[in-house]
Design a protein around this ligand. Structure first.
Ligand code: MN
Length: 297
């Protein structure tokens, strides 16, 4: 880094390494992440029946690694469902996630916290959206009390029907009317739904709480068509000082639930060490270049 205080710390998604909660597997994933330089690992769908909070905490501490927990709701536990019972089950799922996140001591709880993760067969209903707004407001109170930063990931139309664009996310936050939740944006999804990734980031401004870097094909950075320079320029424009996490998926590392939900059908890479090392160096170079452009280095 050219500056004394680089503006962002970098993370990596666990599915680059493993879909397992086995301690040895996590140990290997954490070790690789740290050796490359990443300071955070994102763990999808934390399940306390697979590894205890204490074991996970110890493993993270042993590697001096922070973590983020991300998740999506389920079809039968979905706060955006107009059915009160289904919405209530979604809220319980979120409450449990907030408490687990607090006990682990995460940097943030993110993902599709406002709906199920998957292709909805129709548009959201007004009642369903209102259920989600009301539930997120109540969960925001609990997350704030537990000091668990909370971010809502805006994802493409095939993974939710509720929040597909930054503007929809900003309107949703305004309707929730609570300062605690922020937006979680992702270049992979933005590439599908936004007119201009940089402009969308500038509109998000200080509401941006977490950022995912991923290629348009979810493969190695630079193998696709996303203009990362404009994204990193926009992050400097809005003075984003939060985490940036590299996300990439391949049939090399499959999670039976998540990989199917996000349609990982192809092998985009086989060497995850080379992939993650290259991504880290690419992101550092992009941050440095954006700082030079902004006159901050
Ligand atoms: Mn993402």
């Amino acid at each position: 880094m050219t500056a004394d205080h680089p503006p962002n710390k970098l993370g990596v998604h666990a599915l680059v390494w493993t879909a397992s909660w086995d301690e040895d597997e996590l140990n290997r994933a954490f070790e690789h992440s740290r050796r490359i330089g990443y300071e955070l690992i994102e763990l999808p769908r934390f399940d306390p029946s697979m590894i205890s909070v204490d074991k996970l905490r110890n493993l993270l501490d042993a590697h001096d690694l922070k973590c983020a927990i991300t998740m999506g709701l389920a079809w039968d536990a979905d706060i955006s469902n107009p059915d009160a019972e289904i919405a209530r089950r979604g809220e319980v799922m979120l409450e449990n996630a907030v408490f687990a996140a607090r006990d682990i001591g995460v940097e943030l709880l993110g993902g599709i916290l406002y709906s199920a993760l998957g292709k909805y067969p129709k548009a959201p209903t007004a009642k369903g959206r209102q259920n989600a707004v009301d539930a997120i407001r109540r969960i925001a109170d609990k997350a704030q009390a537990a000091e668990v930063p909370m971010v809502l990931e805006i994802v493409n139309r095939y993974e939710t029907n509720l929040l597909n664009s930054t503007d929809q996310g900003l309107q949703f936050l305004a309707d929730v009317g609570h300062d605690w939740p922020k937006l979680h944006l992702d270049t992979y999804h933005m590439n599908i739904e936004e007119c201009d990734i940089g402009d969308a980031l500038r509109r998000a401004g200080d509401k941006l709480g977490y950022f995912h870097i991923g290629e348009n094909n979810r493969g190695p950075l630079g193998s696709g068509s996303i203009d990362f320079a404009s994204a990193f320029t926009a992050l400097r424009d809005i003075d984003y000082g939060g985490w940036i996490t590299f996300e990439s998926f391949s049939s090399e590392v499959l999670d039976e639930g998540l990989s199917n939900d996000i349609a990982i059908w192809r092998n985009m890479w086989t060497d995850n060490v080379a992939l993650s090392d290259h991504a880290y160096r690419t992101m550092v170079a992009q941050i440095e270049a954006s700082m030079v452009r902004a006159g901050q280095s």
